[in-house]
Design a protein around this ligand. Structure first.
Ligand SMILES: *Cc1c(COP(=O)(O)O)cnc(C)c1O
Length: 407
């Protein structure tokens, strides 16, 4: 037997089924069929409220759209958070169609094409510039269109977020401008007459190490202060990144939001003159939506091979690539898993849950303890709210996407 991760808070049992918000998932499974992602707006709303309660009130919260770009999720966040971070022209168009105010949007990401820069500048979105060359293209495009570009610089910090699942800063990186080169770029932006929007410093993702997050925020504020001094200009805005993780695997524990908020409040109280008027933002994706989603797939076949039991489902890695261990993990470990229609029953056997794809990579849970399940039963894979549907190869083997329902 191998362990699986902790089931996130907010899920419960009702009439023998997995439930949340007092409603069993049976209805969504039977009405629209499987595979399906269910997202709970109540859990997302609660998570944002917890964050607001823990953080100093002057810290703005921004949602990183790439974690889950479902239109109803964006619509929900539009009323909950202060801004959105996007990373492509496609996400820009999505937010535009949903009526999100472009003044609340910032656009990071390497390799922005000219037409993406033009669309963002025309809309009034803030560009987090990833290089000096991108800055020159943005300035030229803004001059051509005849409007002031809103420009911020993404910094490749000279430190990293320790213990993060994906390192996005420190050393040679395709993201951001090396910290030492940023002051000169700021002076270039100011001289060109663009609207100077400040710094974006994102050091990493999926950290469950509270002390490391506090240390990275500390380093971020010091770096912002140093850069502002070297550039000789006050900082209107500073995006502090995020990197708040969620527990996926056995032994993972949640971060301590109160400790992070307390340290941030103390740090903000001691800022120098060039940062006195700065508006600070945390940008978060996974932490806001990850635990609020569950992926449900129906068991199609039950079989034994060399003494091991396999539950074969109608879902798979084409919807939940991360749960199969093929999205940025070195060692495959089990996400939290359950049999949704036998939620009250104790574990009785060790089984491996696979998808319907013809590849050995398609493993949703490896040798986990579950109640005895048969074809027709429904497997639940938790922590499916972020980097699930939109980060999985839905067209692989001609399967197509899963349904997604925001409840
Ligand atoms: C991916 C990304 C995020 C979101 O990361 P999470 O781990 O989902 O919080 C935020 N900012 C930037 C720049 C990113 O690339």
């Amino acid at each position: 037997m191998k362990p699986s991760g902790p089931i996130p808070p907010g899920f419960e049992e009702k009439d023998g089924w997995l439930a949340f918000g007092g409603q069993s998932v049976q209805r969504w499974v039977e009405e629209g069929g499987t595979p399906v992602f269910l997202y709970s707006s109540a859990m997302i709303t609660r998570r944002v409220a917890e964050l607001r309660a823990a953080l100093p009130p002057e810290i703005a919260i921004s949602y990183a759209v790439k974690a889950n770009p479902h239109p109803d999720i964006i619509g929900l966040f539009n009323g909950l958070v202060d801004g959105f971070d996007i990373a492509s022209g496609g996400e820009l168009a999505l937010l535009g169609n949903l009526g999100v105010d472009p003044a609340r949007v910032s656009f990071a990401g390497p390799g922005k094409r000219d037409q993406e820069l033009a669309a963002a500048i025309s809309a009034g979105v803030t560009l987090n510039l990833e290089s000096a060359a991108e800055a020159e293209r943005a300035l030229a495009i803004a001059a051509q269109i005849g409007i002031k570009a809103r420009l911020a610089v993404r910094v490749n910090p000279d430190f990293e977020l320790r213990g993060s699942g994906m390192k996005m800063g420190g050393g040679a990186k395709p993201f951001g401008v090396d910290a030492a080169l940023v002051p000169a770029l700021i002076r270039r932006i100011l001289d060109a007459g663009a609207e100077w929007r400040g710094l974006h410093i994102f050091a990493g993702s999926q950290s469950l190490d509270t002390a490391a997050i506090i240390e990275a925020q500390n380093n971020t504020l010091n770096l912002a202060d140093r850069i502002a001094h070297e550039a000789g200009a006050p900082l209107p805005h500073c995006n502090l990144g995020g990197g708040f993780g969620i527990p996926y695997f056995a032994g993972d524990t949640p971060i301590d939001l109160a400790a992070i908020g307390g340290a941030l409040a103390a740090n903000l109280a001691g800022l120098g003159a060039l940062l006195a008027e700065t508006r600070f933002t945390l940008e978060l994706g996974r932490h806001l939506v990850g635990e609020a989603g569950v992926y449900l797939a129906r068991i199609v076949d039950r079989k034994t091979s060399h003494g091991q039991t396999f539950l074969v489902t109608d879902g798979g890695l084409h919807h939940q690539l991360a749960a199969s261990g093929n999205f940025g993990t070195v060692v495959r470990r089990n996400y939290p898993v359950a049999i949704a229609n036998r939620y009250a029953q104790p574990a009785e056997e060790t089984v491996t849950v696979v998808g319907c794809l013809c590849t050995p990579l398609d493993r949703l849970a490896d040798q986990v303890a579950l109640p005895r399940a048969e074809p027709g039963d429904v497997v639940a894979i938790f922590c499916a709210g972020a980097y699930g549907a939109s980060a999985s190869p839905a067209q692989f083997l001609g399967q197509g996407p899963a349904r997604e329902v925001v409840i």
